[in-house]
Design a protein around this ligand. Structure first.
Ligand code: NDP
Length: 283
């Protein structure tokens, strides 16, 4: 039977630490950490995520500002906002909520964010640091997975890790972080031959696919740690990539969905905001 990795409780503990650190930093330097979220368009899911981030900031004592723009906003206007935020010494973190409307070039816009304010770790400067083994500001979801593995003292060094998914947001940075901690890492994707056999070799299996319940026990080695990053809505119910009932009896550790990786993502956004703050304030 697997031990559940409780992302909710772990995130609460991490957010409590961040709250304490924030109040100590404000008391010492008299500067309030400030995250600005740029939301373009009316995507309902994005609006709900942004509200969640705002609430999390408030609870941690971090100032948050949401800049909401219409979905017809031009690329020039978006760039002007980002350039102003880059210059503003009262702003420590900048987050562009994705997805953005199709007429905007998200890669280009993201790379106009100052790398030192890049709380999502998506700029190529921060991606290059991670790829070269010097992670500093790294994407919040894979960082959250690493914090969960650390909390549950899952050994990474020398272990065989398999990451299913090769996105810039989850799969690739996840693999880079595991490699940095000396796992032997394989990245799989939709064209991987014999995915089941590759996964079955994993001591640590990370599913970041977006296909509900795809990973059943036939993909999992007995005693493996299984991290389910996937979030899909099936008939109004949130499902992960892992078939929980099938995998639970044979895994050593397993993250539930919801209540696993999701809460860690927001906690790590707060962590990254404080990292930016420390860099910019110079403390
Ligand atoms: P993407 O769609 O960008 O990437 C999905 C990856 O899965 C791709 O690399 C794709 O391969 C691979 N894939 C798709 N189908 C298969 C298959 N049948 N077999 C093997 N590989 C497959 O998604 P994201 O990385 O952005 O997100 C992945 C999941 O994680 C989603 O469910 C998303 O909602 C969730 N998520 C959860 C977060 C959280 O906080 N818990 C945060 C971010 C994402 P290919 O590259 O070949 O197309």
């Amino acid at each position: 039977m697997a031990q559940l990795m409780d992302g909710k409780q772990t995130a609460i503990a991490l957010r409590e630490q961040i709250k304490i650190q924030t109040s100590e930093l404000i008391a010492k330097y008299h500067i309030i950490p400030h995250l600005v979220v740029l939301l373009i368009g009316d995507n309902a899911a994005s609006m709900s995520y942004v509200r969640g981030k705002e609430l999390a900031c408030q609870k941690a004592g971090i100032k948050s500002t949401i800049i909401k723009k219409e979905d017809t906003t031009s690329q020039a206007e978006v760039l002007e906002i980002i350039h102003q935020l880059n210059q503003d010494s009262n702003v420590h973190g900048i987050l562009l909520q994705l997805p953005i409307p199709k007429h905007l070039n998200s890669d280009f816009i993201i790379n106009q964010i100052s790398p030192s304010k890049d709380v999502d770790g998506f700029t190529w400067t921060n991606v290059a640091k991670l790829s070269n083994g010097f992670p500093h500001l790294v994407p919040c979801t894979p960082l959250g997975v690493m914090r969960l593995l650390q909390t549950y003292q899952v050994r990474i060094l020398g272990k065989r890790a398999v990451v299913i998914g090769r996105s810039q947001i989850v799969g690739k940075p996840m693999a880079a972080l595991l490699l940095k901690d000396h796992a032997t890492v394989t990245i799989c994707h939709s064209k991987t031959a014999d995915l089941r056999a590759v996964c079955k070799e994993a001591d640590i299996l990370i599913a970041a696919i977006g296909v509900p319940n795809m990973i059943d026990s036939s993909y999992v080695k007995i005693g493996a740690t299984v991290i389910d990053v996937g979030i899909s809505k099936v008939d109004g119910v949130i499902k992960g990539d892992v078939d929980y009932d099938s995998v639970f009896p044979i895994a050593a550790y397993l993250t539930p969905v919801p209540g696993g990786v999701g809460p860690m993502t927001i906690a790590c956004l707060l962590e990254n905001t404080l990292t930016c703050y420390r860099d910019l304030v110079g403390v």
